[in-house]
Write a protein that binds this ligand. Structure first.
Ligand code: ADP
Ligand code: MG
Length: 676
């Protein structure tokens, strides 16, 4: 395929320029054709001077009134000035130190100027515009550049590469029915128009084609991974023990919990192993779902493992799971801080099947951990785990079932993509009696009153949290670090109360001791960093104060707030912030207005933009070039359906080599087990 030849085969591309291209990851003609513009300059529809928008660069078409006059302003600074008229109005054009451009300006010539018009209503001016002949009236691509490589060079090289593509032809890679149904243009046209669109309609058409293709390939890859998981069911569950599990519970399941467990059991009875995501807002009772699913697996004589992101959480899960599952199930806790002797004993018990359900941190994926018969792998709050870790744990069984639990309130639309390889059950119902957490945002001046309010709750026998942002040692600012706040509160506003301190730098055993004391009610007020963000469940804790609330993202604030409002008592969250910035006020406003994690996630997405949303998460998805996962949602859904249809008739894509290659290229960045 000539398009996979080196870009050095292009005219004007030598060793030096090839090295520059290499910096942009471009080696072949095809790479170059896939180096899409980051934006466009519209020279195609010039405006009248009086129609130019304030501060927005645009293209003006006009006639040169006089040849440029030269002004030597000072040493090394020469101005060239001339006037241009569009027939209605004229403007002054100023060029700095550019004799070369000035020399080309001829009187009465019609030219295009691209720049920003500055006008005071009477006089209009444009400074240092780009100048072109009327032949340049096109939509011009703006490429991502690197030093030494100009836009013009890339334009020329791309044009040459497109000529090669036109000569050799670009075979259609998408199934014909998709092309027809979606009304897509062909690949060559799409590439020509994405680089050099003849008008806006052509550009839109090109984008639609490329977006569809990209999403189609993405979905193919995700569905194939899913298919790979679904080969044989290594742990078929023949009997549903849910009813027995429910009889032992201290509460009755919510409808959503019951449905989620039923979904899982149905999956596990099937021919292929389960791959399911339980998505539920904080406090929706995911742990009980995990317990219910594990119960049937364990009663079938197999083992279950649950991986949690922190030791605190692992320990808490081990305790609650043991309570929920009852004495007939042996739950073990494996964390990095166990003594070597204890670890060894536990490893043995896991290996010979004396432990039914192992809960642990990433210590679980150590080589030393071998299971007698691992039938179910559960990961909690999985956004904290690399996808590869999930896979490593799963590899310890023979095609075990996979259950992923996430509270990360990912907007529903994004879940489809992020978890395109998993089935999803949503816990859209909170256990009965929950009341929304009342939320206030206050300034520093009301701090004392807030503390009074906290004391009132503590006096009534409740517990509370004071959350402080993480403070890096390098940060010399007046942020209130947890340790400092703890000392102050203990001596001042909360003298006589029992306070605990919890932060990430503490030893695991100390952290556990503090958490245990808090859970047991021995600590009334816990001063903490975000280590409590994930999953901590103490229903008697009803009040939370968050210091420097501007330092936290919306999703994080929601997670933190989820630590209260977990029991029958009415709960309160107080956000302290003196930051009057617009974004911050909006964030705090959202927190006050709603307790719904999905709404909050949507707002978060709007505030931060999807790039950031994705960038901050280890989602393991390949980087997309043209598709915008939010905006292109309807297209994505259709692409997913079509991809599923295609895989139905051609599961290993053997009759679609082009697509197969495209999938491999897209997913090469993620790695094989990347999305497992
Ligand atoms: P999360 O979904 O945030 O992990 P948890 O599993 O920690 O939520 O559950 C939150 C709290 O709700 C726990 O104290 C748990 O015992 C309780 N809970 C869970 N399910 C129910 C239910 N159906 N009825 C009453 N309380 C429940
Ligand atoms: Mg949880």
């Amino acid at each position: 395929m000539p398009l996979f030849a080196s870009i050095r085969t292009l005219k004007g591309v030598g060793e030096k320029r090839a090295a520059l291209y290499e910096k942009l990851g471009i080696r072949t003609l095809w790479d170059l054709l896939c180096h899409y513009p980051r934006g466009y300059e519209d020279w195609s529809a010039p405006r009248l001077i009086s129609d130019a928008e304030v501060g927005v660069p645009c293209c003006i078409r006009g006639w040169v009134v006089n040849t440029p006059s030269e002004y030597r302003v000072r040493k090394g600074m020469t101005l060239y000035r001339f006037r241009v008229t569009d027939g209605y109005r004229s403007m002054q054009v100023t060029l700095f130190n550019n004799p070369y451009a000035a020399a080309k300006i001829r009187r009465d010539e019609e030219i295009l100027l691209y720049g920003t018009v500055v006008s005071d209503g009477r006089r209009a001016e444009m400074t240092s515009p780009q100048i072109g002949t009327v032949a340049a009236a096109k939509i011009r691509p703006l490429y991502p550049l690197t030093e030494g490589l100009t836009n013009k060079m890339i334009e020329t090289n791309v044009a040459d590469a497109l000529a090669v593509a036109a000569k050799v032809g670009l075979p259609e890679c998408l199934p014909t029915d998709c092309v027809v149904r979606e009304g897509l243009c062909d690949r060559l046209t799409a590439l020509q128009s994405i680089h050099f669109p003849k008008d806006h309609a052509a550009l839109e058409e090109a984008k639609r084609r490329l977006v569809y293709e990209e999403l189609f390939v993405l979905q193919l890859g995700l569905l194939r991974l899913k298919g790979r998981n679904r080969r044989q069911n290594g742990a078929v569950i023949t009997t549903d023990y849910t009813a027995e599990f429910v009889r032992g519970l201290p509460f009755s399941l919510t409808g959503a919990q019951a449905r989620a467990i039923a979904d899982c059991v149905k999956d596990m009875k099937g021919d292929s192993p389960m791959s399911r995501l339980i998505q539920g807002d904080v406090g929706s009772g995911k742990t009980a779902v995990a317990a219910g699913v594990a119960y049937s697996v364990i009663k079938a004589g197999k083992q279950a493992a649950m991986m949690a992101p922190t030791e605190i959480l692992a320990e808490q899960h081990a305790n609650s799971l043991q309570t929920l599952l009852g004495d007939s199930v042996r739950v073990g806790l494996l964390t990095g801080s166990l003594t070597p002797a204890k670890k060894k004993l536990l490893h043995e018990a896991i290996a010979n099947g004396d432990i039914d359900f192992v809960v642990g941190t990433h210590a679980l994926i150590s080589d030393k951990v071998q299971f007698a018969d691992l039938g179910l792998v559960i990961t909690d709050e999985q956004h904290r785990f690399g996808v590869a870790q999930r896979a490593t744990l799963a590899a310890k069984g023979k095609n075990p079932h996979l259950l992923v639990m996430s509270a990360t309130p990912i907007p529903r639309t994004l879940a489809l993509i992020l978890y395109g390889d998993l089935d999803v059950s949503v816990l859209d119902e909170l256990p009965p009696g929950r009341q929304p957490v009342e939320t206030f945002a206050i300034g520093e001046d009301k701090r004392e009153r807030a503390y009074g309010y906290v004391r009132k709750h503590l006096d009534e026998g409740r517990q509370g949290f004071i959350v402080c942002p993480l403070v890096e040692e390098s940060e010399e600012i007046d942020l209130r670090s947890a340790t400092e706040v703890f000392e102050q509160l203990k001596k001042g506003p909360f003298r006589g109360y029992t306070l605990g301190l919890l932060h990430g730098k503490m030893k695991a055993a100390d952290k556990e001791a503090v958490m245990a004391a808090f859970a047991a009610g021995e600590i009334q007020l816990l001063v903490s960093t975000t280590v409590i963000e994930v999953g901590v469940d103490v229903p008697n804790a009803v009040i939370m104060v968050i210091e420097n609330a501007e330092r936290f993202g919306l999703a994080q604030l929601h997670q933190l707030r989820g630590r209260v409002g977990r029991g029958k008592h009415r709960s309160t969250c107080i956000l302290i912030s003196d930051n009057r910035g617009e974004d911050n006020l909006r964030r705090l406003g959202v927190m006050k207005a709603t307790n719904d994690g999905f709404k909050i996630a949507d707002e978060d997405l709007k505030l931060r933009g999807p790039g950031d949303f994705f960038g901050n998460r280890q989602h393991g998805l390949p980087q997309l070039k043209v598709a915008d996962l939010l905006e292109d949602m309807p297209l994505l859904q259709r692409a997913q359906n079509s991809a599923a249809n295609l895989l139905h008739t051609d599961p290993d894509l053997s009759s679609h080599p082009l697509l197969s290659q495209a999938v491999e290229r897209l997913f090469a960045q993620v790695g094989e087990e990347g999305l497992n």
